[in-house]
Design a protein around this ligand. Structure first.
Ligand code: LFR
Length: 539
């Protein structure tokens, strides 16, 4: 058949999934093939990834998909940022990779910041300094285990580690590496200065490749073991946020906004007349340009670093996005990293995009707060789904209190409902009682944080934000979408829900020459039910 199939493996904070994506030249269809837990392993006080177990699950997913009988072209893995594993001289993992919620970095952060003060880290790398960053983790490891200098041949970021296990090829894909505080913001290459001052040997980095690189074929042993064809292993935009951003249908929802009034009007309606609305809508290329991006075909590899210093795109209004999962990442794409004092002071960070551009981002604690509440309540015998919680929050009505989602007291797992109450008590605010009230306080506080983040992004990038694309799991939460439209004062276009998997598939297909990435917005709009929320329809 004419359908091109690729596998997107998305490893998230509580679960991992293998999604089979089929592309018929117009629409992308995603189907979950295999889902499994991704729970950090505790060992001797440390927190680790169960990399071996996850690899087994990825293989299971490939085997199940292959057994369906249709050829699969490729597989690509994306994960959250910053984490990595150490590879020994024999090419094997030295030990379980650490999880960023591990605490060892706190013992070395002070020394690291003495060597490279936070403001300088930001100026050099464009990354907001944070103890979870790869730079802090590597620094801590090398100080606590100096023998790593002898024993380790490389460190590989988590997606790179899985790609290596699948293909036998060691490479450092740029979007995931750009989360770690190690790359020069200017060149996109490792910062010699940073590495030297932190005592991290440059030889520990694998050769850097752009997002959308075909690394090779699945190792022959695995092809035999999994009874699949010679599918290729593609390093896509392997940071989950970079993948999610690759699936943002910039321009599509806004173009169709006039005359569509009600919350929850799915753009299925606009999509079915989609081809006819084509006439009134700007062409995808024009939209990409209006969003400050160049509309080069994405099957081209990522632009050379020099391209980043090209003149910024037109100054017209841009669309921002919020990728809402365990974290909420609010961002706007810019031609170059934004390294101003204001960006640093507002806690913004810069990461690389597929195609070579930059994402200016604010990382906000996301659905983590609700996920932890749910875990707590369900451990006490409830059986609440995410939908149940959303319904309770909806019927609780407007909240009388607010929390700061990024307050450090919310970072670790635990009794989140009580922490929320305590926060309100400490702040002299009305204390939420019921589960619905607590959930409502969290959602309204998140929406407030989104509102502030969009203002900051707009002010600091100098680009007007006309609309906000809300993608990821949170885009399913209608209350959150509505509140976000209200607090940001912008049209919110919600979806796709499985943004990381969709983005991974789009990038893989582009890398294989099967899809023109410049058309990604119309493909996404045709493929997923996007919903629009207008700012003036308050709750
Ligand atoms: C989202 C994400 C963020 C990153 C955080 C920690 O899943 O990848 O982009 O800042 O996780 O790695």
């Amino acid at each position: 058949s004419g359908i091109k199939r690729v596998l997107a493996v998305d490893l998230g904070a509580s679960s991992g999934r293998v999604m089979l994506a089929g592309y018929d030249g117009a629409r992308l269809e995603l189907r979950e093939i295999h889902r499994f837990d991704n729970v950090p392993v505790e060992d001797g006080g440390g927190l680790y990834w169960d990399a071996e177990g996850l690899l087994a699950e990825i293989k299971t997913g490939i085997r199940i998909a292959a057994a369906e009988g249709s050829p699969i072209l490729s597989v690509g893995v994306d994960t959250w940022g910053v984490d990595y594993g150490w590879i020994g001289a024999d090419g094997r993992l030295l030990r379980r990779p650490h999880h960023y919620r591990d605490e060892r970095m706190s013992r070395h952060a002070e020394e690291l910041e003495r060597r490279v003060p936070p403001a300088e880290q930001f100026r050099l790398s464009g990354n907001q300094p944070a103890a979870i960053n790869t730079a802090y983790q590597l620094f801590a490891d090398l100080r606590e285990e100096p023998e790593l200098r002898e024993r380790a041949a490389r460190f590989l970021m988590m997606p790179d580690l899985f790609h290596y296990a699948l293909s036998g090829v060691m490479a450092a894909e740029r979007t995931i590496l750009s989360t770690g505080g190690l790359l020069s913001a200017d060149s996109g290459e490792p910062s010699a200065l940073l590495l030297e001052r932190l005592g991290i040997p440059a030889a520990l980095l694998a050769p850097i490749v752009p997002a959308g690189t075909v690394l090779g074929e699945l190792r022959p042993e695995l092809q035999a073991e999994l009874r699949c064809g010679p599918l290729r292993v593609v390093a896509g935009a392997s940071h989950d946020t970079a993948s999610a951003a690759a699936a943002v249908p910039y321009g599509r929802g806004e173009a169709a906004s006039e005359g569509v009034a009600s919350e929850g009007t799915t753009s299925k309606e606009t999509a079915s007349e989609g081809t006819s609305s084509e006439g009134t809508a700007k062409s995808p290329a024009a939209e990409l340009q209006a969003a400050g991006r160049s509309a080069k075909p994405a099957s081209l590899p990522e632009a050379a670093p020099g391209a980043l210093t090209a003149a910024p795109g037109e100054a017209g209004p841009a669309a921002a996005f919020i990728s809402c999962g365990t974290w909420s990442i609010a961002g706007i794409e810019t031609p170059r990293p934004v390294l101003s004092e204001a960006a640093y002071g507002s806690g913004l960070t810069n990461e690389r995009c597929f195609g070579g551009g930059n994402r200016l981002l604010k990382n906000i604690t996301g659905l983590w707060l609700l996920q932890e509440c749910r875990r707590h309540w369900n451990a006490a015998g409830e059986n609440l789904s995410h939908a149940d919680l959303a319904a309770l929050a909806e019927s609780a009505g407007p909240a009388a209190a607010r929390i700061d989602p990024d307050d450090p007291r919310f970072a670790a797992p635990g009794d989140m409902p009580e922490r929320v109450r305590q926060y309100c008590r400490d702040a002299g605010q009305p204390v939420p009682g019921s589960r619905g009230e607590i959930a409502r306080v969290i959602l309204e506080s998140l929406a407030d944080a989104y509102g502030r983040a969009i203002e900051e992004l707009e002010a600091i990038s100098g680009r007007g934000v006309a609309a906000v694309h809300l993608v990821g799991g949170g885009s399913r939460n209608r209350l959150l979408c509505r509140l976000t439209a209200e607090r940001t004062g912008r049209v919110v276009i919600a979806g796709p829900v499985e943004a990381s998997a969709a983005g991974s598939a789009l990038v893989q297909l582009a890398a294989l020459g099967e899809l023109d990435f410049a058309r990604r917005a119309e493909i996404v709009e045709r493929s997923f039910a996007l919903e629009r929320y207008l700012p003036n329809e308050s709750s």
